[in-house]
Design a protein around this ligand. Structure first.
Ligand code: DHB
Ligand code: FE
Length: 279
């Protein structure tokens, strides 16, 4: 059977990707943030998963606002890197795992999670920045990647509870797969940030810290946080945090917190990084 060996929560700030791509990680603005990544990267190198299931939101790059799937899974062999307006990031092509992805799709849909099936899509900063955070700048990504998109762009996004339940269904599906793949689940986005309007630049360290504490120790309670509380406390883009609940749901009820780091400033986001292992 395939196994889930750990989970990672990781912000996906595009400027972090640009700092890596342009060799700016030692700049005074960036160095304190990048110093916090070493421990997480060492864990990832040791865990050396065969597959990363990356839970992220597309930012109107693969899906325009004409069609917005609530949950979507990437089934392709290969996912090109999206051009988000400045040319595609200079990172390796993302290679999928069609066999496991189709198994997940079948298992999840028969488990009553109505996934949209995606045979072709470019992947944007929501997926590539977390890979860069965890792996740096390899010639090729060391793992296969299954993209799992969650709509948090167009109201109404799925609830935290639904995302948590999806994570649990992912765990059942992975454990029913016949291959021996070792899987790490990444939940991306967050933490508090708001990119536009009167409250642009909002950061709420207190809310984010309580979210992380709860996600580790009492995920059922965190899953009950309503949308309006994310909006009020973590800003309009803070809703991305529901994707961390998919990751948490895929882990066992008790987990071991391997590493946590948070940082301000990175662009407009309170940047979070959390590494969890099975408890
Ligand atoms: C920023 C953060 C995001 O999650 C995103 O998708 C775009 C921008 C930011 O902090 O700049
Ligand atoms: Fe985002």
């Amino acid at each position: 059977m395939a196994t889930i060996v750990g989970g990672v929560g990781c912000s996906h700030v595009p400027a972090v990707g640009a700092a890596i791509d342009k060799g700016r990680t030692a700049d005074p603005y960036w160095a304190p943030y990048f110093a916090k990544l070493d421990r997480a990267r060492a864990w990832m190198a040791e865990a050396d998963p065969d597959v990363c299931l990356v839970v992220y939101n597309d930012h109107a790059n693969a899906f325009s606002l004409e069609v917005v799937p609530t949950f979507a899974i990437g089934l392709a062999d290969e996912f090109p890197v999206a051009d988000e307006g400045y040319g595609p990031r200079p990172v390796p092509t993302v290679h999928g795992h069609p066999d496991l992805a189709w198994h997940l799709a079948e298992s999840l849909i028969l488990d009553e999670f109505d996934m949209t099936l995606v045979n072709e899509m470019p992947v944007d900063h929501g997926l590539t920045v977390p890979l860069s955070v965890m792996y740096g700048q390899p010639e090729a990504w060391p793992c296969r990647v299954i993209p799992l998109c969650v709509n948090v762009v167009q109201y109404p996004p799925p609830t935290g509870r639904r995302c948590y339940a999806l994570g649990r269904a992912i765990r059942r599906a992975v454990e029913a797969y016949e291959g021996g793949e070792r899987v790490v689940v990444l939940g991306t986005g967050g933490m508090s940030h708001q990119l536009q309007s009167e409250r642009a630049g909002l950061i709420n360290v207190e809310f984010d810290t309580a979210f992380l504490d709860g996600l580790v120790a009492d995920p059922d309670a965190v899953a009950r946080i309503p949308h309006v509380e994310y909006l009020r406390e973590a800003g309009s883009e803070g809703i991305e945090l529901v994707m961390w609940l998919v990751m948490r749901g895929a882990l066992s009820p008790t987990v071991h917190e391997v590493y946590r780091a948070t940082h301000v400033p990175t662009s407009n986001t309170h940047n979070g990084l959390l590494v969890l292992e099975e408890g």
